[in-house]
Design a protein around this ligand. Structure first.
Ligand SMILES: Cc1cc2nc3c(=O)[nH]c(=O)nc-3n(C[C@H](O)[C@H](O)[C@H](O)COP(=O)(O)OP(=O)(O)OC[C@H]3O[C@@H](n4cnc5c(N)ncnc54)[C@H](O)[C@@H]3O)c2cc1C
Length: 458
C-alpha cells in the first residue's frame, strides 16, 4: 500500500511519508498511547508540554495520520456530535453551554498551537456557511438559530443569512438563505497531523510506527515487537477500535467518503465565492461537507456508504463508486459552473467512530489506568484537541474546567450484537437518505427523519 493513495491530503504533503522505526522491543514508559491520529498526538502534545519529564510512547500500526486524521474534510469546527439542546436535556443548560464554549475555544486553541509550532497546514479561520436550498431547509436554518439563542448562544456565534447574504459567501445554485458561524477553520488535515507528530517528537515523545497493538490491558500495551509497560494506557484508535480484543461493540465504524476536484480557474472561484475559505454544507439530512483548499480545489464529502457487518474495517471499504458518483453529482448541482463533467481527480474515504448513544467521550479509569477518547462521529478534528487537553489534565491528576465538562468519563452503552447492529445502522442511513428525497417531493419536513434524529441525540 502507498500511503499517498489514502487521500488527496496524504498525496499532497511535502514529505515522502517514510515510516518511522517500529518499537525495538520491551520498553517502560509513564504513558503509552495507542494510535497516532489527532487524539493520540494531542494527548502526547499536552502531556509533554505540561510535564517535559514524562516518558511518553505512541504506538501506531501504520503511520501518523493513517486513519481519519489524514483523510478528513478539514473542518476544524466547534461542532460536537451531541446537539446543544440534547446536552441541555441531559446535563442542564449551564453545563451544556460550558461544553459549547469549550468547543469554541478549541478552534482558537488549535489555531494558536499551529502558529506557535510552525505547523504549515493551510489554516484559515473563515467560519462555516450552511446553505438552505429549499423552503424546508430554510425552516431548519431558522430553527437552528432559534435553538442556539434559546440555549444562550449569541448572534456572533450563529447568524441567519438571507438569500443574498448566503450567496455572497457561497454562490450555490438555488440558495434561499442559510446560517453562518465564525467558529471553524479550514485546514489541510494531513499536514496538521504530520506536523503534530513532528512537534511531539521535538518535545521528546517517542513515536513508533508500523507497530500494531494486539492487546491493551492495565499497565501494558502488547505488540508483536514487544510490550510497553506503563501505569497509564490511552486508547486513541477511533473507528479502528472494534478490531482490538474485547472492543468489538465499543463503537460502530461508519464510513465517510470524499472527492477532490482539480484546481479550479479563477473564473470559477469568482462565481462560487468562498473567498474566506469558509467551510460549507447545507441543511439536507445526509451530511455533506466541503472546503475550498489552499491550492484552489473543492474537497467535498458525505456520508451514505454502508456500514459493514461485524464492524469490519477494510481498505476496500474506503472506496464506494456509487457514493463517489453521488458526491460528484451533488457538486455539479450545487455549482453548475463546474460543468456536466465535474473534474474530480481524487476519491477516498475512511472510518469514523460512532458510539451507541452518539455521544463522544473522554475519560480515565483510575483503578486500571486505562484511558480513552473518541466517538466523535464526523466532528473529531476540533474535538480531539479538547480530548487531548482533557486527558493530559486527567492523567496528571489535575482538576480543571476541562475535567468537569459533561462528556468526561461518560460511558456509552455497547452496540447490539449482530445482526441487530447491522440492521440498525444501515436502516438509519436509509431513513436519512430517503427523507431527503421525500422532502424534495413533498416540500414538507420528514417526520421519520425528525424522530430518528432524536434517537441520535439531536
Ligand atoms: C472522510 C472523513 C471526513 C471527515 N471530515 C471531518 C471534518 O471535516 N471535521 C471533523 O471534525 N471531523 C471529520 N472527520 C472525523 C475526524 O477525521 C476524526 O474524528 C478524527 O480524525 C479522529 O482522530 P483519531 O485520532 O481519534 O482517530 P484516527 O485518525 O482514525 O486515528 C486512529 C489511529 O489509530 C491507529 N490504530 C488503530 N488500531 C491500532 C492498533 N491496534 N495499534 C496501533 N495503532 C492503531 C490507526 O492506524 C490510526 O492512525 C472525518 C472523517 C472521515 C473519515
Amino acid at each position: 500500500m502507498r500511503y499517498q493513495d489514502l487521500s488527496y491530503w496524504l498525496s499532497s504533503v511535502d514529505e515522502p511519508l517514510t515510516p518511522r522505526p517500529g518499537l525495538p522491543g520491551d520498553t517502560d514508559a509513564d504513558v503509552v498511547i495507542v494510535g497516532a491520529g489527532y487524539t493520540g498526538l494531542w494527548t502526547a502534545y499536552y502531556l509533554a508540554a505540561t510535564d517535559p519529564a514524562l516518558r511518553i510512547v505512541v504506538l501506531e500500526k501504520e503511520i501518523a495520520g493513517y486513519g481519519a486524521s489524514g483523510r478528513n474534510g478539514g473542518w476544524c469546527s466547534a461542532l460536537f456530535p451531541t446537539s446543544l439542546p440534547a446536552l441541555a436535556r441531559r446535563h442542564g443548560r449551564d453545563r451544556a453551554l460550558a461544553m459549547q464554549h469549550a468547543m469554541h475555544e478549541t478552534v482558537r486553541e488549535v489555531g494558536r498551537v499551529v502558529a506557535a509550532e510552525g505547523i504549515d497546514c493551510d489554516w484559515r479561520a473563515g467560519g462555516t456557511v450552511v446553505l438552505a436550498r429549499t423552503e424546508v431547509q430554510l425552516g431548519r436554518a431558522r430553527a437552528a438559530v432559534a435553538e442556539a439563542r434559546e440555549h444562550g448562544l449569541a448572534d456572533a456565534d450563529l447568524v441567519l443569512l438571507d438569500a443574498a447574504e448566503a450567496a455572497a459567501r457561497c454562490h450555490a445554485e438555488g440558495v434561499r438563505g442559510g446560517t453562518y458561524t465564525p467558529h471553524c477553520a479550514a485546514v489541510h488535515p494531513a499536514k496538521l497531523v504530520r506536523g503534530l507528530a513532528a512537534a511531539v517528537e521535538r518535545r521528546g515523545v517517542r513515536v513508533f510506527e508500523r507497530t500494531p497493538v494486539t492487546a491493551l490491558r492495565p499497565g501494558a500495551a502488547v505488540t508483536p515487537a514487544g510490550v510497553v509497560r506503563a501505569p497509564v494506557v490511552v486508547r486513541a484508535t477511533e473507528g479502528f477500535t472494534p478490531a482490538l480484543p474485547g472492543q468489538r461493540r465499543a463503537v460502530a465504524p461508519v464510513y465517510s467518503l470524499m472527492v477532490a476536484t482539480e484546481p479550479l480557474p479563477e473564473a470559477a472561484w469568482a462565481e462560487i465565492g468562498l473567498a474566506e475559505r469558509e467551510t460549507f454544507s447545507d441543511y439536507r439530512h445526509v451530511i455533506i461537507y466541503g472546503q475550498r483548499t489552499a491550492d484552489g480545489r473543492l474537497a467535498f464529502g458525505g456520508r451514505g456508504a454502508p456500514y459493514h457487518y461485524g464492524s469490519r474495517v477494510r481498505p476496500d471499504f474506503d472506496r464506494e463508486p456509487r457514493v463517489f458518483a453521488a458526491l460528484r453529482r451533488v457538486l455539479g448541482e450545487l455549482f453548475p459552473v463546474l460543468g456536466p463533467e465535474v473534474p474530480v481527480t481524487h476519491t477516498w474515504g475512511g472510518p469514523l467512530g460512532v458510539a451507541r448513544d452518539w455521544a463522544a467521550s473522554v475519560g480515565l479509569d483510575r483503578s486500571t489506568g486505562l484511558a480513552w477518547a473518541g466517538g466523535y462521529v464526523g466532528d473529531g478534528v476540533g474535538t480531539s484537541n479538547l480530548a487531548g487537553r482533557t486527558l493530559a489534565d486527567l492523567i496528571r491528576g489535575q482538576q480543571t474546567d476541562l475535567t468537569t465538562l459533561p462528556w468526561v468519563n461518560h460511558r456509552s452503552p455497547r452496540w447490539e450484537p449482530e445482526p441487530l447492529r447491522w440492521l440498525a445502522v444501515n436502516a438509519g442511513l436509509k431513513v436519512m437518505s430517503s427523507a431527503d428525497e421525500a422532502e424534495l417531493r413533498t416540500n414538507r419536513p420528514s417526520r421519520r427523519a425528525q424522530a430518528f434524529s432524536h434517537l441520535l441525540g439531536h
